[in-house]
Design a protein around this ligand. Structure first.
Ligand SMILES: [Zn+2]
Length: 450
């Protein structure tokens, strides 16, 4: 009897998935020297607590640390995990602003040209590979996914609303994303230490909800500069897309010594609570690729009952490549939105086979999906082609089906709201980026914990 009970307890503890916690710092303020000291103290305090944090560093910040001879800061941060947080952060033009006028391929090349050298600088100065990238503010563009793969950066870690995937990690553009965790992105307010208990309650609630769902991830986000200032360094100098030359930089307003101490104690109080939580396991951003399964299971028919969607552990693109008889290869979404001009309700078998062979060839040679598919001199949109292929019986004329792209509902719609960062030019509208984001959503699916 006692043995059975012990066995039951053992089994239940084995099956209980712990909730993961990551903490990261956007290390970006290259103007205020006190922010260097804040980063140093955070790195040292967390090391003492055995917490491996991620410092996402702006290239200009890394160069400034080097110029100021802050080897103490560089070495302390390098003992944690290092990510990349853009070349210049808020110096215009920011990523959304330059990417908004470009398509997928041109934008990806431009992102590599502008942001690639800075990543190499961060890697050189800290002596380690960047584990992740996150955009400045909400300055997002889907072209960055193609660029990050070229730059050898495996994850995108941030907190913004452009992609909506149930507040947990997902795959998009071939990159593991941790962003838009919503209620699972929790921090204590440094300016309001009396609200620490409320943050702890929110943390516990998120953990127990995720635990019920079989596990998940919670993240905590700060900027070292926040611990020593009461306003953001970049809002003071680059508000609304304004350029300020380095010799004219203004320092942000600073906290008093007592307020700085209070901010650190509030943060450390939050961290100690996390560490004491029995259902929480501390992990770090550089471990994410081993925590989440990268898999392309074999397709089980039938697919896409209601419309075109990720399902069965596969992105819509992975489903389509399997329907085409291609191996489990990663391919990007289309570059633009194609149209259907073909008016018949069906297509004769040899012409259909010719179209399928052409798509197969395009995908293999371009490593992305085509915008549209030719039937003679007329076209099917990619969605209509994919749905027709999924429903095709393989004999006689193929019946044309209409495809609804359900996965596009996971991309936000409001081009002003999602890019409403104080550094962007007033009224900046990122709708074109969201539209490109929808095209790339062929590559979207939830990420599954191992
Ligand atoms: Zn930032």
């Amino acid at each position: 009897m006692r043995l059975t009970l012990l066995l039951l307890i053992l089994l239940s503890s084995l099956s209980a998935q712990k909730v993961k916690w990551i903490v990261w710092f956007d290390t970006e303020d290259f103007i205020l020297p006190a922010s260097d000291d804040a980063a140093l103290r955070l790195a040292r305090e967390l090391e003492k607590l055995n917490v491996r944090a991620t410092f996402k560093v702006v290239a200009e910040k890394a160069r400034v640390l080097e110029q100021r001879g802050r080897w103490d800061v560089i070495q302390a941060l390098a003992r944690h995990d290092i990510g990349y947080h853009s070349e210049n952060h808020s110096v215009p033009p920011t990523p959304s602003v330059y990417l908004s006028r470009m398509g997928m391929l041109e934008g990806a090349a431009e992102f590599v040209r502008r942001e690639g050298p800075g990543n190499r600088e961060v890697e050189r100065i800290f002596g380690r590979r960047s584990s992740t990238y996150g955009q400045p503010g909400n300055s997002w563009g889907p072209q960055s996914t193609i660029a990050l793969r070229r730059m050898g950066i495996p994850t995108y870690v941030d907190e913004a609303g452009h992609i909506v995937m149930g507040n947990q990690p997902f795959w998009y553009g071939g990159i593991l994303h941790v962003t838009n965790l919503g209620p699972n992105a929790i921090r204590a307010e440094l300016k309001r230490p009396e609200r620490l208990p409320a943050a702890l309650v929110a943390f516990d609630a998120a953990v127990s909800k995720l635990k019920q769902q079989g596990g998940g991830i919670v993240q905590t986000i700060y900027h070292p500069t926040e611990f020593v200032t009461t306003e953001f360094w970049d809002a003071v100098n680059f508000k609304h897309g304004r350029y300020t030359a380095p010799e004219s930089y203004q320092l942000p307003k600073q906290r008093t010594a007592a307020e700085v101490e209070e901010a650190f104690q509030t943060f450390l109080g939050f961290v100690r609570h996390v560490l004491a939580h029995p259902d929480v396991e501390v992990t770090s951003v550089d471990r994410l690729p081993t925590l989440y399964v990268e898999e392309t299971p074999k397709l089980r028919q039938p697919v896409w009952r209601e419309g075109i969607q990720f399902e069965q552990g596969l992105t819509a693109a992975e489903i389509l490549t399997q329907l085409l008889g291609l191996g489990p290869v990663y391919v990007d979404g289309p570059e633009r939105r194609g149209v259907t001009t073909y008016r018949e309700g069906q297509v004769e078998r040899t012409l259909w086979q010719r179209a399928v062979a052409d798509v197969r060839h395009f995908v293999e040679s371009e490593k992305r999906l085509p915008a549209e598919v030719w039937l003679g001199a007329e076209t099917l949109s990619l969605a209509d082609f994919a749905m027709t292929l999924a429903r095709d019986g393989g004999e006689g004329p193929a019946r044309i089906e209409r495809g609804t792209l359900l996965f596009e509902r996971h991309i936000a719609n409001d081009g002003r709201k999602e890019f409403n960062w104080v550094i962007h030019p007033p009224g900046f509208d990122g709708s074109a980026l969201l539209e490109l984001g929808r095209l790339q959503a062929w590559t979207l699916k939830p990420a599954r914990l191992r």
